[in-house]
Design a protein around this ligand. Structure first.
Ligand code: SF4
Length: 237
């Protein structure tokens, strides 16, 4: 699977290869079980039930790195952050920032397009309780690393949504850019910022989970500040 990731010639090739991955037995079983049993509200829909590839442009200057698809969001619709409350919050913010053409992300054919931005997750299959194991994170890492490699020519900033994504960046920094991560690793926090030489800058942002947005830990204004900063770093108007 790592060899297949390295061979991916471009993003469509990578997206297709990711869609056929069965490398993590626990996650394969879970994504398929969720797709079979469904949530009552979606019982008439056919779930995607497979790995969820990245979304956005191939010349992205801004990357948004999440944790993993949601069981009834991306794992249902087949598009990352699509069809759940987390996506509602994220795409509303991207639309306010001028990085998405519409404020909602409901289905793969809803007409959504991104500007200068690509969104993907550290783990490409929905995990039980939104908690991949360290082994699953490491197994999935070659997909992330190849995706970063393919957008490397234009990529200027990575927005890490949550501590899991923040932690996934450092091995990627080494694998993709050949740069030894700082030691100790910079601590995650909302507004955390790291920059190196000739590598993308990294911004920390609380995850757009309901746990954070419903409690006010992450507000729309806080997201606006992060994306304003990301656009400045990336040189996006
Ligand atoms: S989590 Fe990643 S490596 Fe594991 S089965 Fe899904 S796509 Fe493959």
């Amino acid at each position: 699977m790592a060899a297949r990731a390295r061979r991916a010639a471009d993003l469509p090739d990578l997206d297709g290869a990711i869609g056929g991955c069965f490398a993590c037995p626990r996650l394969v079983a879970w994504r398929e079980e969720v797709a079979r049993t469904k949530r009552a509200a979606f019982r008439d829909q056919e779930y995607w039930g497979r790995p969820v590839p990245g979304l956005g442009v191939s010349d992205a200057r801004i990357a948004i790195l999440g944790l993993a698809p949601a069981a009834h969001g991306g794992n249902r619709t087949g598009r990352i952050f699509t069809g759940d409350r987390s996506g509602d919050v994220l795409f509303a913010a991207l639309h306010r920032a001028g990085l998405a053409n519409q404020p909602t992300s409901l289905a793969r054919d809803d007409g959504l397009t991104l500007r200068a931005t690509r969104i993907f997750s550290a783990v490409r299959c929905a995990p039980p309780d939104n908690k991949p194991t360290p082994g699953e994170r490491d197994t999935c890492a070659p997909w992330l690393h190849r995706e970063l490699d393919l957008i490397r020519p234009t990529l200027r900033v990575v927005v890490a949504l949550g501590a899991f994504a923040w932690a996934a960046w450092w091995p990627a920094l080494h694998a993709v850019y050949g740069v030894r991560p700082p030691s100790p690793r910079p601590a995650f926090g909302h507004g955390a910022h790291w920059s190196g030489t000739a590598v993308p800058e990294v911004l920390g942002c609380y995850h757009v989970s309901q746990q954070n947005t419903f409690t006010g830990r992450l507000t729309p204004q806080m997201l606006d500040e992060v994306f304003t900063r990301a656009k400045q770093v990336a040189g996006v108007d």
